[in-house]
Every structure is written in structure tokens, then in C-alpha cells.
Write a protein that binds this ligand. Structure first.
Ligand code: ADP
Ligand code: NI
Length: 214
């Protein structure tokens, strides 16, 4: 089997978004370099998946700029305070300026990014459709099979017992389905939520531990 390379993945995303330009390709390469060695579930692959999901959601929404969504999705964790000490979206802005993106467009992209990731905004819905698309795409990556993998990767990276990660499913991951902003996000979340439920039921069955139930 031919391995899927990074460039195949961004090609797939570009195809889904029905836009093709060098800036998107450069953004994928920039993100790969930025997250070179993070194994805690916040690696470049997360950003690539969020870009792809954003493209899939954006194309179902009317009056939605798919290119802005994909660019914001690829860059959404580039200034995450948990990972970087930058201020004012400095990493994202550095990339956008170097790639000839106008200051107005850079402002829009940073507003989308900030509506997704700043914890102060967590409960308020983003004020643009692009913000909703990228937020849904980011949340989708925390559920489904990938969500299970990321949760245990996070737990392992923080030396947490597996039971604590199971608790995270109940505290947070099972709530995400009902927090989606877009129709397509909700539909995709429904499938991934069902997988989480199936995983938890099976886990419980194999451990026989009522504490895994809650
Ligand atoms: P993002 O910034 O991409 O929205 P987070 O930083 O909140 O996501 O979490 C990154 C990943 O780590 C997610 O998949 C999330 O489920 C997982 N994670 C966060 N906290 C915990 C935890 N306490 N236990 C297990 N997994 C966690
Ligand atoms: Ni993210």
C-alpha cells in the first residue's frame, strides 16, 4: 500500500474545499514544522484533520468562505497558550504576512481562530459561520475513534491512570455532540458520539468495573 503522505492529505482537503492555492499548501507545511514533535494529541495531524473536517462542513454551509475556514483550521492551534508563548496570534500572523495574505484577511482569520480556542469564548457561539465551522471541526476531533486515541494519548503523556481518561469521556467528550453549531457538524458528531458510547460499553464489559460506568 502506498503510504499517505502529508501532501496527499492537504490535497484531499483542498479538493473537499473546492479551492486550490499555494497558501493552503504552505500552511500545512508551516503547521508540520511548528508541531514537529508534539505527541500529546496536539500534533500537526490534529490540525490537518481539523482542516479536512472544516472543508467538509464548510461546503455544506451557505455563505461560508471555505478557504478562510481551512486556513483558520490549519492555523487554529498555532498560538495555543498551552503550547506557545506567543501573543496576538503572532505565529499565525507571521505565516499569513509571509504568504501575502492581506492584513484585513489576516484579521478575519485570527478572529475565527480566537472564537474557536480562547477559553473565555467556550460557551458563547462564534459570531461568524466560519468560526462555527472551525469550532465544530476542532470538537469533532475530540470524539469518534480519533477522540478515543487522543484522550488516551493525553492521559499517557500526563501519566494518568486509564480510569481518569474514562472520566474525561463522561465529563467532557460525551457532551460535545450537543454543542455543535452547524447542521453538518451535528450529523458528523452523531456518528462519532455513537462510537464513543459503543467503546465505553465494551470497555465496561471487558473491565467488569462499575466505576467505568458513571
Ligand atoms: P483543543 O485545544 O484542540 O480543543 P484540548 O487541549 O482541550 O483540545 O484537548 C486536546 C485533546 O486532549 C483532546 O482530544 C482532549 O479530549 C484530550 N484531553 C484534554 N484533557 C484531557 C484529560 N483530562 N484526559 C484525557 N484527555 C484529555
Ligand atoms: Ni485543536
Amino acid at each position: 500500500m502506498i503510504p499517505v503522505t502529508g501532501m496527499d492529505k492537504i490535497n484531499d482537503t483542498i479538493h473537499a474545499a473546492a479551492v486550490d492555492d499555494a497558501v493552503l499548501r504552505n500552511a500545512a507545511a508551516f503547521v508540520r514544522a511548528l508541531f514537529a514533535n508534539d505527541a500529546g494529541g496536539h500534533d500537526a495531524e490534529h490540525s490537518m484533520r481539523v482542516g479536512r473536517s472544516a472543508a467538509l462542513i464548510a461546503r455544506e454551509e451557505a455563505d461560508c468562505d471555505a478557504r478562510l475556514c481551512v486556513l483558520a483550521a490549519l492555523l487554529h492551534d498555532a498560538d495555543d497558550p498551552k503550547l506557545f508563548e506567543t501573543r496576538g496570534n503572532a505565529n499565525a500572523r507571521r505565516f499569513l504576512a509571509a504568504n501575502g495574505v492581506s492584513p484585513e484577511t489576516a484579521d478575519r482569520i485570527c478572529a475565527i481562530i480566537n472564537s474557536v480556542s480562547f477559553s473565555a469564548n467556550r460557551d458563547a457561539p462564534p459570531d461568524s459561520i466560519e468560526g462555527m465551522v472551525v469550532r465544530d471541526a476542532d470538537r469533532l476531533d475530540a470524539i469518534g475513534a480519533v477522540g478515543v486515541a487522543r484522550a488516551f494519548a493525553y492521559g499517557g503523556a500526563h501519566a494518568r491512570p486509564m480510569a481518569e481518561t474514562i472520566r474525561h469521556f463522561h465529563d467532557k467528550l460525551l457532551l460535545l455532540r450537543d454543542m455543535m453549531c452547524t447542521r453538518t457538524g451535528r450529523r458528523l458528531a452523531e456518528e462519532r458520539h455513537a462510537f464513543l458510547e459503543a467503546f465505553l460499553a465494551r470497555y465496561r464489559q471487558e473491565t467488569g468495573d462499575p466505576n467505568d460506568m458513571i
